[in-house]
Design a protein around this ligand. Sequence first.
Ligand code: C2O
Ligand code: CU
Ligand code: CU
Length: 464
Amino acid sequence: AGGTLATGALPVSSPPQRRQPAVPFAEFFRMPMPMPRLIEPDTTRNGVDVYSVAIRRTRTEIVPGLQTEVLTFDGGYPALFRATTGRPVLMNQHNHLGTPVSVHLHGGEVADVDDGGPMDSIDPGDSRAYHYPNHQPHAPLWIHDHTHQLEAEHIYRGLSAFYILQDEDERRLPLPAGRYDVPIMLRDVHLDDKGQLLYQMEDSHGRTTILANGKPWPYFEVAARKYRFRILNSSNLRIFRLRLADGSPMTQIGSDGGLLPQPCLVDELYLTPAERAEVVIDFSHYPVGTRLELENTRNFGKDDPARKVLRFHVTHTAQDPSSIPVTLRTLPPLPEVTGRRSFELSMDDVTKPGAQGYINGRVYDHQRVDTSIPWGSSEVWTISNKDPRFPHNFHLHLVTFRILERDGRPPSAAETGLKDTVGIDVGETVTVQATFDSYRGKYLYHCHFADHMAMGMMGQMEIT
Ligand code: C2O
Ligand code: CU
Ligand code: CU
């Protein structure tokens, strides 16, 4: 049940508190934003990149001068993997924690045995090899824990790694590359006055410290030229609405499933948990010396430290041979629809102990198949958020989908690409189309507000 997590050897979670959370550290733009720690393969065997990853507890400096205990893939807080389409990966994960873990490649097209299901976990002290064929197109994927009812706390404490899959179609484009192509993993945390991560379910008001690549409100030095940013919202509950403080538009070029068909100018990026956006920001419009904030306009008011995210410092000039093509990729036409289904998301009052989350009125049960899908079908799913209080989103394992409508209207340009997670605000209804022509087997769909996953807001589909 939701409120009673078996935290095992994890630090014991405090009971929910009503008092205002202490914000021991709200100093903005004091430290540089690092890159996530790149984890490289140990070896390559018959064209397969073989990794050996230790899932372990470590300490990292979030608040200057204090050591924060975190859970990591190979010590990276956060970590980064780089992979190439057509080049398979064998990922050996060794669980050095006192709790079970399950490793999921979010957005990955993998066999069900390699999908890191909630019940398919690695026991403490054990290891497991996950096969990632990487036969899908380029996409900014995400590795995170998925252990039943521990996923929310594990992700919160750091079991979260970017997995950037690239292909030739993408690499061929003249977009900013190399050091001008920068991954940014955003999330929020609740730190106590000793700098430790405090975890309690549904603590959206307490998690006011914004981390970018593991550091609070960092700055990032840029040249006065174009940059590509690959942004992942790895928060449990927080929705980011990101804009440049001077109101300049950004050029969005990608989303969950890689590049958009065409670039589009956007004033803001709206990212619910697990969603990704790729943007190009052109700093050549700014004189050297400019300081430009990336702000979060979805916040709790002017004293909310989470209204700030990071700040770009334009420190020098540089040549810029990059450009943004008018066409980024061609997506295949949507196949003929073979079936339609509806899903309703709802949740108990989270202030009540044992609150649960529901899809079509049912709490997740791993022994139940909620949705049987004939292989090869292309289905239209209508997903409604019937919750009067909480935004939700919807994530589908295994395949990407296309957004057809949001409350009866066509999606914005930013939502015309391949998606695996879609935000659904209070009262909204979103219609998507997914084609199940990949693997057969049992996979999940769920709300990706991780605390809601822990409350059972998940369903199981079987492709037969
Ligand atoms: Cu991010 Cu079920 O996954
Ligand atoms: Cu997933
Ligand atoms: Cu939810």
